[in-house]
Design a protein around this ligand. Structure first.
Ligand SMILES: C[S@@+](CC[C@H](N)C(=O)[O-])C[C@H]1O[C@@H](n2cnc3c(N)ncnc32)[C@H](O)[C@@H]1O
Ligand SMILES: [Mg+2]
Length: 250
């Protein structure tokens, strides 16, 4: 099947996997349990990077007021919602049509205004849209061509703006944790959710980001501690999950 040019990064088989689980986005014990558990740690990373780049004080109410944030591959809105609560003007897009009504209904019930759209990043580029912050967490390992996808993400970042993303490293440890552990043993995720060969190392990701004209400025590991059962950020350990930040020079 040939997709329209404005959906080149979308891998329909990957998106179908998420659409099949759409009803469970907000169930903390459902198929997205790992994302719910990671959320505080991911948010710490996102908020610190945004506050640093735009000189915002996180102790103030609505610290992100006036910032336009795009969440690419927003799913049920697990990250779009907290960004909206922090005052940002949030657009959430997802290639999976089933995800959008779930995200919309949940935000509405929370009294949050978020512009959710079933569309692709390519289509937004064609509209000429740009944002202060573009983020895409846990999406890059599910697209058809990560380098091309990152080019499109980058095109949506305004000069002086910030790009934030996270994904899985390609290491023996990530195979043990994300495939064997999470899918086969713990059954947190349906078997086949992740294809280890699609994981990218931080060096590979940084090279792809730098090739877009953005400049990578930070990277951190997100480390799960099974004894304390919590996630934390790490400067050293990027061996399984990690996040990266990049800016478009003004
Ligand atoms: C693992 S989920 C992550 C959801 C959300 N970013 C989060 O971290 O909570 C991946 C999401 O990306 C979407 N997706 C996959 N490929 C995409 C693409 N090329 N463009 C937009 N969304 C895509 C899927 O439909 C799914 O909702
Ligand atoms: Mg994933």
């Amino acid at each position: 099947m040939t997709l329209p040019r404005d959906q080149a990064s979308v891998d329909p088989a990957e998106v179908a996997k998420f659409e099949a689980m759409a009803a469970e986005w907000w169930d903390p014990n459902g198929k997205f349990k790992p994302l719910h558990e990671m959320n505080p740690c991911r948010l710490d990373y996102l908020t610190a990077q945004i506050a640093g780049e735009f000189d915002r004080d996180l102790s103030k109410p609505q610290p992100f007021a006036g910032l336009r944030v795009l969440d690419i591959g927003c799913g049920g809105g697990l990250l779009s919602e907290p960004m909206a609560r922090l005052g940002a003007e949030v657009t959430g897009i997802d290639a999976g049509g089933e995800n959008i009504p779930v995200a919309r209904a949940h935000a509405e019930a929370q009294g949050l205004e978020i512009d959710y759209r079933h569309t692709s990043a390519e289509a937004l580029v064609n509209e000429g849209a740009v944002f202060d912050v573009v983020m895409s967490l846990e999406v890059i390992e599910h697209v058809s061509d990560p380098a091309a996808f990152l080019q499109v993400c980058a095109a949506l970042v305004r000069p002086g703006g910030l790009f934030l993303c996270s994904t899985l490293n390609r290491t023996p440890k990530s195979f043990a944790a994300a495939i064997v552990g999470a899918e086969w043993v713990m059954r947190w995720l349906p078997k086949g959710t992740h294809d280890w060969s699609k994981f990218r190392t931080p060096e590979e990701l940084a090279a792809m980001i730098d090739a877009t004209g953005l400049e990578t400025v930070d990277r951190k590991g997100m480390v799960f501690d099974p004894i304390r059962w919590n996630w934390s950020l790490s400067d050293r350990d990027l061996s399984v999950n990690y996040a990266m930040a990049a800016v478009r020079p003004a």
